[in-house]
Design a protein around this ligand. Structure first.
Ligand SMILES: [Zn+2]
Length: 236
């Protein structure tokens, strides 16, 4: 499987396209969430992104679509290729909400992203872990789900695996983040919003046919969002 992925990880030589004003978010709901809950979570997600001046358009995707089963992590290269890799990253969002997380994944992990993936999923959400975190912090599943999606989409739009010290892009959400979620006061920082907008509106570039460095150890090094207050080493 890993070898097949690596062999397929070439960027197509596409036609440069004009940047869209609207971020398309294709949602593959493999957790079979109640329709109203999913609708409310996506509505809240739209509001969170709008606060960062990103207009979004979530749509439901067919889980049978091959891209719903393809998640690859493109490592950030060293040595000046960062802008090329970022340029070839998928511009829209393809998010899978899974209902049953891999057993090897810590329960504190709510989601992960692949900010430089040229195709396939670039966001994954673990709904069973979302529900655990919501229960622990006495919040609705809908609220935690919407903010977890916002965090991972933030990585993609920022073209970065880095985290902020606090707020939506904090690597570990503490009581402070959960309290702000509840009041709708958890937002992207001005700097994050500015970078997200700039990346989103940047023209799509043409890349030569080339292989990207694909990391096959699926959880190692991927930016993971931790939903509970934990000691150091969130990226174990
Ligand atoms: Zn993160």
């Amino acid at each position: 499987m890993a070898a097949a992925l690596a062999a397929n990880c070439r960027t197509g030589v596409g036609t440069p396209a004009a940047a869209s004003d609207e971020l398309r978010i294709t949602v593959y709901d493999e957790a079979h969430l109640p329709p109203q809950m999913l609708f409310d979570a996506l509505d809240r997600l739209r509001l969170i992104l709008r606060q960062a001046k990103i207009t979004s358009h979530p749509v439901l995707g067919d889980p049978a679509n091959p891209e719903a089963s393809l998640f690859m992590y493109v490592s950030l290269p060293r040595g000046g290729e960062e802008s090329q890799i970022a340029c070839g990253a998928r511009r829209d969002i393809a998010v899978k909400i899974g209902g049953s997380s891999p057993g090897s994944l810590a329960h504190t992990v709510l989601g992960m992203s692949s900010p430089f993936a040229p195709f396939g999923l670039n966001v994954r959400i673990f709904d069973d872990h979302i529900r655990e975190a919501a229960l622990q912090h006495d919040l609705s599943d809908t609220i935690v789900l919407s903010y977890a999606m916002a965090h991972e989409i933030g990585h993609v739009l920022l073209r970065s695996c880095s985290h902020g010290e606090q707020g939506i892009m904090s690597p570990i959400w503490t009581k402070r983040e959960y309290d702000r979620m509840n009041g709708g006061a958890l937002v992207f920082s001005d700097d994050e919003a500015m970078k997200m907008s700039a990346n989103f509106r940047a023209p799509v570039c043409r890349l030569p046919d080339r292989r990207f460095p694909i990391r096959t150890e699926i959880f190692e090094g991927i930016p993971l969002l931790q939903g509970r207050m934990r000691p150091a080493n969130p990226h174990k």
